[in-house]
Design a protein around this ligand. Structure first.
Ligand code: HEM
Length: 343
């Protein structure tokens, strides 16, 4: 049977279901990053020594003379959440394939969820094989962060439901892109601090042989660079009268970045206690999600009227450039109506 006719037999996905599944994907991806860190900082990786059963003969943890209940339940909880991630990811892809009209970008973003699960399973397997070596844990965490970002993009794509247009001038979009690159460097530097730090997941694990203070300094310096860009972005958003949705999201980003920076300083000062390390991982995922939400809000759906009349160019055409009606670097006037209230 032809592939297209098989896909056409899928039940049509209601838009609201697609949106809810996409939101569930964001929550699940953030959740698995955090529970993964709890497994690492509590050294619970072998809390369930068998797979898929936790203990031989039992799918759930049972009392075992050589295993601490905490380690068993932490590892079991992480496995449960992994199952949730698999189910939600698969459901996202099926729902995207059932969306009408079918949208290539929606399908690719949804497909990234199950593909990410497969990639993470491979990286996770390598991580175990090489004894939790730091250079294998780093990509494991960073892949989770990329999946959080893509899940937020999926939410935006599911919500916007069609062609979008840029609602900020080109230089503001450039600032958002540059700040995202700096955020990426900040996140990588964070994983380097962890690689050299005490929370390897196992006492015998080889560590990155660079001083923690040196790496923490680099990490904090990149935070200051990022903060500077975020402040600059704020001025740019107000100067160009960016849509309300984008400005609201900007304040969320400012809030989580400041909270995460403060938490980072406190955990460093207290000698990186386990609970704060996992909270810091949650913060890193939330900063990523907030930055992705700002990124997606620099575009907005083309108003339905304009789609019919062709007043606003589709996504592939050069977008408008300024939000105050003055010609921007693209030379096109702006459609202030392109921004729409948050749904
Ligand atoms: C927006 C600000 C920040 C972000 C997004 C961020 C992100 C991260 C990330 C992604 C990790 C690696 C987590 C892992 O691999 O499990 C990390 C680790 C770490 N961060 Fe930050 N961080 C921020 C601010 C700070 C600040 C200001 C400090 C203070 C110096 C700090 C101190 C640390 C320390 C000590 C670790 C290693 C924890 C461990 O041993 O596992 N962070 N951070």
């Amino acid at each position: 049977m032809a592939r297209s006719s098989l896909l056409d037999r899928l039940p049509v996905t209601p838009p609201v279901l697609m949106r809810r599944l996409a939101v569930a994907a964001v929550v699940a991806q953030i959740g698995i990053a955090v529970t993964g860190s709890v497994v690492r900082v509590t050294g619970s990786g072998l809390g369930c020594p068998t797979w898929p059963q936790c203990n031989p003969g039992s799918i759930v943890p049972v009392a075992h003379p050589e295993l601490l209940p905490l380690h068993q339940w932490v590892e079991f909880g992480n496995r449960l959440l992994a199952v949730v991630v698999v189910l939600v990811s698969g459901a996202c892809l099926l729902a995207a394939l059932g969306a009408r009209p079918r949208r290539t970008r929606l399908v690719w973003l949804a497909a990234a969820m199950p593909l990410g699960v497969v990639a993470q399973a491979v990286i996770g397997g390598i991580t175990v094989l090489v004894g939790l070596a730091w250079w294998s844990v780093m990509p494991h965490f960073l892949a989770s962060i990329v999946l959080v970002w893509l899940a937020v993009e999926l939410v935006a794509e599911a919500r916007d439901g069609g062609p979008t247009t840029r609602v900020v001038p080109r230089h503001v979009r450039g600032l958002v892109i540059t700040s995202t690159v700096v955020l990426g460097a900040l996140l990588v530097a964070g994983t380097l601090v962890t690689s050299a730090g005490p929370h390897a997941g196992d006492a015998a694990t080889p560590r990155l042989d660079i001083g923690v203070p040196t790496l923490a300094q680099l990490h904090a310096d990149l935070l200051f660079a990022y903060l500077g860009m975020v402040v600059g972005l704020g001025f740019a958003l107000w100067a160009t009268k960016a849509p309300a949705r984008l400005r609201r999201r900007y304040w969320w980003l400012v809030g989580v970045v400041l909270a995460q920076g403060a938490l980072g300083g406190i955990q460093y000062g207290l000698g990186v206690p386990e609970a704060l390390v996992s909270l810091h991982v949650l913060g890193a995922a939330l900063v990523t999600a907030a930055a992705a939400a700002v990124w997606t809000a620099t575009r907005a759906p083309v108003p339905a009227d304009d789609r019919v009349t062709g007043d606003v160019p589709p996504e592939s055409a050069p977008p408008p450039a300024a939000v105050d009606g003055t010609p921007g670097t693209d030379g096109a006037p702006v459609h202030a109506s392109a921004g729409r209230p948050e749904s």
